[in-house]
Design a binder for this molecule. Structure first.
Ligand SMILES: [Zn+2]
Ligand SMILES: [Zn+2]
Length: 136
């Protein structure tokens, strides 16, 4: 399966191939900044099958925490496209809202970082909820 996506302004386009490894809804405080306040929805995909087709993203990693993730985003419109985590080598965490067809997400396998969940965040009834990361 190859998925295609882009940033809001269209300067950056990508393809993401291979198997979807997991579908996650993340409630962490960082994701609230990135999403605008809601949980973030991401699909973990193999990094070696992910390619930018047009444009190149800017990157950001915090310097004040251990093992920071690297966020890749459009320098023109600011859309966050994906995250790379040192805890998940070989995977890219693609932001579902940037896919040409976000409906492919269907539903999350897990809701994580519920410790930071806001009262206005919604989790579907049958989705397992974890206080922090999902245990391996
Ligand atoms: Zn853009
Ligand atoms: Zn998060």
């Amino acid at each position: 399966m190859t998925l295609f996506g882009r940033c809001y302004c269209g300067e950056i386009r990508y393809e993401a191939g291979g198997e979807v490894r997991s579908r996650v809804q993340c409630h962490c405080r960082e994701c609230q900044y990135i999403s605008g306040g809601s949980p973030n929805v991401i699909m973990a995909m193999p990094a070696d099958a992910f390619h930018y087709l047009a444009g190149s993203p800017r990157q950001f990693s915090r310097s004040d925490i251990d093992q920071p993730v690297t966020r890749e985003f459009c320098g023109t419109c600011g859309t966050h496209l994906l995250t790379r985590s040192p805890r998940l080598p070989g995977l890219v965490l693609v932001k579902v809202g940037t896919l040409d067809d976000p409906s492919i997400f269907q539903r999350p396998d897990a809701a994580i970082f519920a410790i930071d969940k806001q009262a206005f965040h919604h989790v579907q009834d049958d989705v397992p909820v974890f206080e922090r990361r999902k245990p391996a």
